[in-house]
Design a protein around this ligand. Sequence first.
Ligand code: NAD
Length: 484
Amino acid sequence: MERTLKNYVGGSWVEAVGRETLPLVNPATGASLGRVPLSVREDVRRAVDAAQKAFPAWRETPVLERSRFMFRWKELMEKRFEDLARCVTIEHGKTLSESRGSVRRGIENLEVAAGMPSLMMGESLEDISRGIDCETIRQPLGVFAAIAPFNFPAMVPLWFLPYAITTGNTFIVKPSEQVPLSQELTFQILEEVGLPPGVVNLVHGGRDVVDALCTEQGIVGVSFVGSTPVAKHVYVTGTQAGKRVQALGGAKNFVVVMDDCDLARTVPILTESCYGCAGERCLAGSTVVAVGDVYGRLREALHEHARRIVVGDGLDDGVDMGPVVSRRHMDRVLGYIQKGIDEGAKLTLDGRNPKLPPGLEKGNFIGPCIFEDVTPEMTIAREEIFGPVMVLRRAKDLDEAISIIHASEYANATSIFTQSGKHAREFRYRAGVSMIGVNIGVAAPMSFFPFGGAKSSFFGDLKAHGKDSLRFYTDQKVVISRWF
Ligand code: NAD
């Protein structure tokens, strides 16, 4: 009999009240990985109760003591590093080296949050008027929650939880129901850290849990990462219910290649940007815009590099690209490819039906694809594909490349490849996108910088991690005092 995952509430593993479950499947082999419960509002209520009960004592725990838990947690995460990385690959499909990278990036948030005693300090000024002093203090607010997407099962909740709890709040994580195992393992590790019961809680499930988290009275704020329609829904529902919300949405990232770039160095970086994690990254390069006469040389080199990518089970040595997360997602990506062809684009590298080693017949594999002759109104030019599909376009100059970027409804990440400081400066000045790479393929801010986009890629004002995070998870108060 397949095991069903449990929620972690108030320091114990408990069966979900919701009886419905979904199957979990290894995306490379089709093997069963158990079942995830679809929790219901009552499960969320129980987690909120536990987190509310834990809040007063946790808030009063000195910040240095709260931060010390991060050191212990990091130590235990390092011990289980390989287990975590394998778990990510098994449930999500990305290669082991990609999984290791994501777990490393996740752990870095614990390292930054460990500095909370310094980060959380306020400001003070004597004599703002005769004999009157003023200071700011930051105070935690209560129970926060994070809702995660499927593409970084271990890392994304770590963009939030460490900052929320070291600032003195208590927390609920809702992982993606497609990839809940990495969070189960993370919470097994957290259990050993010895946090007081109720400080961290885990509730599995889908949209019912999301809607409950956005509306339950006891929750003061929600951090969301996922697709744009759901990000918008969470932002609207959560803010209407009076909560703080930061909602990171989908992306369509443009990579501009100038004819003065160092092509030999640029091409492998572009290939990684578009096909790394099978294109399932919110920072993935999606459209490559070749400026001026670089197009011919660039297209040749990109095809050559993409053809060399080895597709297979992410656990196997020598594999460069794993499967996409599910059969449903594979069908969606294949649907985009068909639409591209139907709307008149040229599929110059066809990765459908890639060559695979035996035993992977049930996996969700798509090899690298390249589209050329793509016009702005085509679906593949506008929508997020979230798969290993590169769209190659031309622009006559940097102005035109920037207008292509401005025409997109998304503004998560973008990059330019150039050897000219003038081009680079103009690009960062005018691109209008939040995460910008200069000769960097995936402009991923590290945990001490803010992470998040603009336009339909982000709803809210304070971004994930970095200093924004402690602003999001605390209220800044001002104390003005006079003593007679
Ligand atoms: P998704 O929006 O389908 O799911 C995200 C979360 O929302 C999941 O926990 C899911 O259970 C829940 N959910 C799904 N549908 C819902 C609904 N109708 N009502 C309420 N809740 C719902 O996203 P996904 O497919 O898991 O993840 C991929 C998306 O996430 C891509 O669009 C990608 O660009 C985006 N993403 C963005 C960032 C970023 O930093 N901006 C980072 C990672 C992923």
